[in-house]
Design a protein around this ligand. Sequence first.
Ligand code: BG6
Ligand code: MG
Length: 217
Amino acid sequence: MIKGALFDLDGVIADTSRYHFQAWQQLVQSQWQKKLPATFEQQTKGVSRTDSLQKIITFLQINVTEEEFNNLLAIKNKMYLRLLADLTPANILPGITTLLSNLRHQKIKIALASASQNAPLILKKLNLLSSFDYLADPTKVKAGKPAPDIFLEAAAGIKIHPQDCFGLEDSIAGIDAINAAEVFSVGVGSQTELHAANLLFATTNDISLDTIEQKFK
Ligand code: BG6
Ligand code: MG
């Protein structure tokens, strides 16, 4: 029986994932007058800001000092926050509000397992803070996605065994993290990218708690 639900945020609860990539594009353009290929987006999805920047500078074959690296992270976050300025509950992805209320009715505990340090701010803007029993803090875990740590921390926060939870993700790194945590993985997106998910829905609007319950081990 499902006792816990562990949510990713960007690309699952709100369509903020594309803003992350837009901000990285702005950073790369303003600093080095280069363009990241669109195919690079999936490589940074679900990945912490530090690991994302590391991937980007490796891809662009650029060397930066530690101080410059930290400065670039701060600039990217400023750009990202600017893109979030107009975020309101209208930006909650279709089907998510219903899913959250169905989970609540069934007394299933709900935790956030996002890599984003901006998650509390975003949930506040979406008016969803009270929908969560626990927010796992990505700065408190050792390794980011695809490591299982954030999902294990989220399950521990709601005091539910990982194997009694399902996790919801839109990124390859996120599905790998859920699987590594031995949590039932539910993907939202394409079969090509998220083939490792235990169960897949094409969009958030297709997510059905009944189907998850039927397929759950
Ligand atoms: C994830 C996003 O949810 O959060 C990544 O998919 C992002 O793209 C990561 O890098 C960290 O987010 P933030 O808000 O702490 O920079
Ligand atoms: Mg995501």
